[in-house]
Design a protein around this ligand. Structure first.
Ligand SMILES: Cc1cc2nc3c(=O)[nH]c(=O)nc-3n(C[C@H](O)[C@H](O)[C@H](O)COP(=O)(O)O)c2cc1C
Length: 155
């Protein structure tokens, strides 16, 4: 079966990490599809009305990496609504990562990850990995390397 990487990315940071995860999976011989959740206009915190222009399907994947930015200390509505509308994730392994700008653990990274984890576990998925990439800090590259290393493999 194939592996899937599904991201919501408004300014390209999350997408850039996703591309590296795809390369890593492919370097080990896995077939990997990278797909974006896209919407009309911009996501804005507090606005739960989202018009999707692309809703990736995940049935064909046995391992899925979901990636998202953090918006307003939280998971952006396009990603939470996208995950909520997915069918059962039973017998699928999933991992999550978020990219963010603000320092400190309490600025939304862990919360956004927890939100993705809760939704996917309710759908029966087995969670394999979770990573936070802080874009602004000096350790951005270290964060990216760790994220790609940990999520870019099947466990
Ligand atoms: C509307 C909005 C709200 C944001 N809120 C947060 C936040 O609460 N905490 C944080 O660390 N970064 C926050 N950020 C920064 C983004 O999470 C960060 O730039 C991320 O890497 C963007 O990913 P993308 O390029 O894939 O869209 C926010 C960005 C936007 C546009």
């Amino acid at each position: 079966m194939e592996t899937g990487i599904v991201v919501f990315s408004q300014t390209g940071n999350t997408l850039a990490v996703a591309k590296k995860i795809k390369e890593k999976l492919e370097s080990q011989g896995y077939t990997s599809n990278l797909e974006e959740v896209t919407i009309e206009g911009q996501a804005s915190p507090g606005n739960k009305k989202v018009e999707f222009s692309k809703i990736p399907q995940v049935e064909e994947y046995d391992y899925i990496v979901f990636g998202s930015p953090v918006h307003a200390f939280s998971l952006p509505a396009p990603m939470s609504i996208y995950l909520e509308q997915l069918p059962s994730l039973k017998e699928k392994d999933v991992s999550f990562f978020v990219t963010k700008q603000l320092p400190f653990n309490w600025t939304g990274g862990n919360r956004a990850i927890d939100q993705m984890k809760r939704i996917c576990e309710e759908k029966g998925a087995t969670v394999k990995g979770m990573e936070v990439v802080n874009w602004r800090e000096k350790k951005r590259n270290q964060d990216i390397i760790r994220c790609v290393e940990n999520l870019g493999r099947k466990l």
